[in-house]
Design a binder for this molecule. Sequence first.
Ligand code: ZN
Length: 404
Amino acid sequence: MTVEGPSRKHACIRGRTNTSKLCLLGLLLAAAGCEGDSSPKHDRALPEPLPELPERATPGRDRARLVRIDVYGASAEDAAGARVVLLFEGAPLFQQKQLPAEGILPARIAIELEDVEWGDTVPVSQSVERGGLQRVRLATPNPRVVLDLQPGATGRLFYLTDPYRIVVDVSAVSHSRPKRRPLVVLDPGHGGREPGAANDQYGLVESQVALDLAELTASRLSAIMPRVRVMLTRSTDVDLSLEERCALANAMEADAFVSIHLNASHEPVRKGGVTTFVLDTTNNRQALRLAARENGTRVAEVTGIQGLLAKHHRRAQAEGSRTLAGKIQRHTLKRGRSVLPKLADRGVRQAMFYVLVGARMPSVLIEASFVTYEPEAHALTRHNYRRALADGIASGIASYLLAR
Ligand SMILES: [Zn+2]
């Protein structure tokens, strides 16, 4: 996380904030589409405008604009899934339809957009042919984005704000694969233009420390569990969207996803400490503020959408996430205290971190120490403390994998 200020922008994804009833409706539609109607609907014209949308009649409301369509996670030939992200300027009004295969047409997910324009750079058709996805295309005259699915693939959709994004997670049909080695994906927070939190006095930048911790964790985990494969979402100082991080773990069918961050606070803190988060709703103000900063959004956005997003979190997986979080928290504290005996235990908490939304495996986010708390900042400048934290994270993951 980071200290907010004009000079340092935090998260990778940032945009104009303009919450409206439109975007909330979009969320409701998305939630309804994912949760409820499983019967495929046939393609038809757009529904009549909905009466509860006063904005639609408001003259001068900016049309939403489709800026980009990104496909993540489908680079490997045997990808188990793919994530499609539609990025907008302004709040789009949309409806999703699941369409069955008809004649030569494959099964499709159609996202029907109302009153939306798109930029020239948005490709009319992108061939994917991996991860359950054949292609992504723009269809006219009704403006809509169509995802052509591979046989047996399914998709689910959710919606994020600030900036507005429609996200579709596609799962390829699962072949019964031979038993394979467990895979852990480590995600060093931030990177590139988003350095995260910083402490200038000690020369600490969150994105760099997180990357170092992730590399140390990876080498430790490989040493104590040679059978386990470990992947990093980034190994250099590059931009990486929150969506892409989790999409990689999904596509690779990872067994655990651990996002590594460093905490910070505006106010002087009397104690720092370690916190491990799982994805869930919360009313805790600190957790809301932290999630807003890590997500690069506002607290109001987090409170506004967390209930709906939580519906998309799989309950069965929540238990695994809690177990993983508990073990990482305990082991990281134990190792960290070998260097800093007074390292505080902030416990396992819950918060709405976008990076964890849609993950199909147990997934946690650790705030490994405070870069703004003097004793921890000082310790973080030293290799032995970083090593201790990384050993703790690795031991926690190993303990989780062994107990499954
Ligand atoms: Zn962070």
